[in-house]
Write a protein that binds this ligand. Structure first.
Ligand SMILES: Cc1cc2nc3c(=O)[nH]c(=O)nc-3n(C[C@H](O)[C@H](O)[C@H](O)COP(=O)(O)O)c2cc1C
Length: 214
């Protein structure tokens, strides 16, 4: 009989064990994707039209495509993705009861070599639109515990670096759990109104991050 909760915990323990022995697992398993053109899924979380975090995503995509990689952008705030209702019908590795735009994410994320999370900070956390998509990983949990690269793009209005901590911690532990490897992040403090990011160095940093991908 399936016991999803137990599998979830086991997967976590296994991944953390791998992290404590870095040389063995992660380097080898990632080497197959080195030097190859990657399929990159970019998940954005802002509902704004002239969104700052979306601008980082756009610049990252520009750089990555110039470097020869293939990208697909999924704007969570403009998609129909129902929140996970914890019915466990999927058993953490099966069809979800909801047939909605997460099907698009599902199709792209399983084979993706890299996943990028772009989000505004909302009350010290990810935007709920992006978090809703992440929670729906539950139904494909067994299929995304594979080596992938990842990046974080995040904007927030305040300027204290410690306030970025909760989102960075969330991102770090999510990657540890999934067995994914961070290849970089652009954290942009002091960015408040729509479009405010345009005259800052951060879009360039996002572009360079995308362009630097091997
Ligand atoms: C609901 C909401 C919550 C927010 N919470 C925070 C916060 O906790 N800390 C902060 O510095 N900025 C906060 N902000 C400001 C946004 O993070 C900031 O404007 C960001 O640049 C918006 O990115 P976007 O243009 O991509 O949506 C919040 C904004 C909204 C609308």
């Amino acid at each position: 009989m399936k016991c999803p909760r137990r599998k979830f915990l086991l997967a976590t323990v296994g991944t953390l064990a791998a992290v404590s022995m870095p040389a063995a697992v992660s380097a080898d398993s990632l080497s197959t994707s080195e030097n190859k053109k990657m399929d990159i899924l970019v998940l954005t979380g802002s509902p704004r039209k002239r969104s700052n975090s979306n601008e980082l995503a756009a610049q990252f995509i520009k750089g990555a495509e110039e470097a020869g990689h293939k990208t697909f952008r999924f704007d969570a705030a403009h998609a129909k993705v129902h929140p996970c209702i914890a019915c466990n019908k999927c058993g953490m590795d099966g069809p979800c009861v909801f047939k909605d735009d997460f099907e698009i994410v599902r199709e792209k994320i399983i084979p993706a070599d890299m996943v990028v999370f772009a989000t505004p900070m909302y009350y010290f956390g990810l935007s709920s639109q992006l978090k809703t998509v992440i929670d729906r990983f539950y139904a494909i949990n067994g299929q995304i515990h594979r080596p992938k690269k990842a990046a974080l793009l995040m904007t927030y209005a305040n300027t204290a670096p410690r306030e970025a901590g909760p989102i960075e911690n969330h991102y770090n532990i999510l990657l540890d759990y999934l067995g994914w490897t961070d290849i970089g992040r652009v954290i942009a403090p002091g960015i408040w109104p729509e479009g405010a990011i345009v005259d800052t160095p951060y879009p360039r940093q996002a572009y360079e991050l995308g362009k630097s991908l091997s």
